[in-house]
Write a new protein. Sequence first.
Length: 462
Amino acid sequence: MERLSGMDAMFLYLETPSQPLNICGLLLLDTSTMPGGYSFERFKAALAVQVEAVPQFRMKLRDSQLNLGHPVWAYDTDFHVERHLHRTALPSPGGDVELAEACGRIAAQPLNRDLPLWEMWVIESLAAEGAVAVMLKCHHSAADGIGAAGIIAQLCGTEPDSVVPQPIEVPAPPNRLQIAAGGALSIAERPRRFASALTGTLLTAMRTARRIPTGKTMAPPFAAPNTVFNAPFTTRRSVAFCDIALDEVKAIKNAYGLTVNDVITALCAEALRRYLLARSELPESSLIAAVPVAVHERSDRPGRNQASWLFYRLGTDIEDPVARLAFIADGSAKAKDHNAEMAPTLVQDWTASLNPTVIRSVLRVLPAVPKPPRPAFNLLLSNVPGPALQLYLLGSRITSLIPFGPILAGTALNITAMSLNGRVGIGFTSCPDAVPDISDIARHLEDGFADLRDAAAATSTK
């Protein structure tokens, strides 16, 4: 039995029919490397064996009416892989447009909370010969970006015929009294977590106040301009994606003496600027992105979600892409330096100190609270480091990995990047009723990448 942390549980409490809080990953496969050749039945049989060794895929939520704490994860003693594995096919011609439409429909569907919170969709009839796509989806309460990358690594091997892992031993599930007793014990932790959160907040406020006169702070929340990305959204989802060479990203990085993350952020900023310009909706002030930062190595708190947050100005008000890149690098360095002075467990401590009943009550009345004149931020932006090796999913070579993150009320755009074996997959998630033609943003990123790559090459030859 593993009790959800306050931050883990928050993703359950925040979920609504129009706001499913799932993390998705699109894996494009070359099935020619699969031992014995590909068939759906062979894929299903291999997956059934592989998931026996992945604890996150075998555990489901359990709760008790007597429980005063958050729910717990416990092993599903009636687990069947057929309840999680689904099969679909693309209509002709089976290209990226049809694949994105299928992935958008999958991303919009909530997960069944009576089962372990994940599912996998095998998508066939792709245009490329021997190609199959797999859309993997798990709930954000079960994993953050780093955790999701770890799950993918557990499902994969570095060779087509990797050794099958040993299955885990499944203990008996806890009864309702055990769940309730553990919840009662967790109450004793709340005053200590509240004191830690309050102390951390006061220290953060004082350190931030000292930084403000120097200008060495991250962008403040609720200072973002109003954009189409902050429009209300419905239950529908749309996605787009692109895939770029990591070596070429590094060439730009080296040309200007910056970081890979700076370049990825600048490419996203260029794409958003071009998209808004084409719609005659580019605001005079810069867009602001909320960026989750993993604190696994700095935190001793329990829970699967371990993150702090940064706020970046994207420099979308700057016309020159090279000048914008320098602006983003400077702002990123200031934000990271600012974040380093903050308590790394601040978010975890605040969520751990709150009563689940109080959280649910607040969330029920929150929609009636008047909205501030400016949004907290314009989009969610994340860059997750992935494996540098070639990976194989159940024997099939992964040719591309595209991550998709959830959107949140007030922010109808999520951009997530993840690297794998020399490539960077970038996924865009939105709602077509809020942000039309999301594929245009992906196209603008690819065009902006080509322009910035040419500018970096010209700089290197001088």
